[in-house]
Design a protein around this ligand. Structure first.
Ligand code: Q46
Ligand code: ZN
Length: 302
């Protein structure tokens, strides 16, 4: 198998692009996909400080690495979720990367700073763990960006993640969620701009990127993920992708192109509803924000 751009021996084949790549051309391809995602969705400029949410997994470390390579002023933030050994191990990978590159990594540990671990919060609120986790991440990562004076918060959501979320939202016709499922959520009062620079790369590409650049990452899935819907949707889309290479990216990118503009009014209407949490001042459509309620219920149950 030969590299399509240069003819050297290839190390990876990407059926979606009908191409194979050697190491150098593949790394160039990854940077190019990120560069294109940033420029076509006007995610950020080089003068803006960016905070990257780092989980210790392949996607977050890959996006941090590529952004630094492309010359962005990108620091990392690691959020400790208190999920036993998994959190300890993932923090080690995040810290090892930062130390090796001389990059700045902020650490926010939920158990130390907020007095609970995600599994406790899930039990106390009778939510599934990923729901308690997701709302804590949204709140605390945004807070970390604002407190640190970062304009932009970048996450490692890749094409597979976005297509699976889209699939889930369509299956249940979650119109409000669909309207907000954007590669860029502009900054508004109380929110840093949120961007997803990896939307043009699949999970397999980010894993290959880490392997070929020698980035060590946590391979184990979070133990709380087992059996969640998101993983089932990913498997379903992967089966479709095997039979029809490119179908996943067509599903997602045609949504961005054809459907999102139709949903602009829905997104605007939702934004207008947002006020401030009476307790912490974060944006919230209720008097007390979801994170403050989570903290309160978890404290009451312990
Ligand atoms: S960390 Fe949190 Fe994920 Fe674990 S509890 Fe679920 S959402 S699976 S990306
Ligand atoms: Zn609050």
């Amino acid at each position: 198998m030969k590299c399509k751009p240069c003819g050297a021996e290839a190390v990876i084949e990407l059926r979606r692009h009908r191409a194979a790549f050697c190491r150098e051309c593949f790394l160039h391809h990854c940077r190019e996909q990120v560069r294109r995602a940033i420029s076509s969705h006007r995610m950020m400029g080089h003068s803006e400080r960016v905070l990257v949410a780092i989980s210790g997994g392949k996607d977050s470390l890959a996006v941090w690495d590529v952004l630094r390579d492309l010359g962005y002023q990108a620091d990392g933030v690691y959020l400790g979720l208190g999920i036993a050994d998994y959190s300890d191990a993932s923090r080690d990978y995040a810290e090892k990367y930062a130390a090796g590159k001389g990059a700045t990594l902020h650490v926010v540990d939920i158990p130390t700073e907020h007095g609970f671990a995600i599994p406790d919060a899930a039990r106390a609120t009778k939510r599934v763990p990923c729901s308690a986790c997701g709302l804590s991440k949204r709140h605390l990562l945004n807070k970390a960006a604002l407190d640190g004076g970062y304009k932009v918060l970048a996450t490692g959501h890749n094409l597979d993640d976005e297509a699976a979320v889209l699939f889930g939202n369509v299956m249940q016709w979650q119109v409000g969620y669909l309207a907000r499922q954007r590669p860029v959520l502009e900054e508004t009062a109380g929110f840093a701009r949120r961007v997803k620079p990896l939307i043009r790369l699949s999970e397999r590409e980010t894993a290959a990127y880490c392997l070929l650049t020698g980035i060590d990452y946590i391979v184990d899935e979070c133990p709380m993920a087992a059996g969640n819907r998101h993983l089932r949707y990913k498997e379903t889309l992967n089966e479709l992708e095997i039979k029809s290479p490119g179908i996943k990216s067509a599903f997602y990118f045609q949504f961005l192109e054809r459907m999102l503009p139709v949903l602009d009014d829905v997104a605007d209407a939702e934004r207008d509803l947002v006020g401030e949490c009476a307790r912490c001042g974060a944006p919230s459509s209720a008097e007390i924000c979801a994170f403050c309620k989570l903290v309160e219920k978890t404290a009451a149950a312990s």
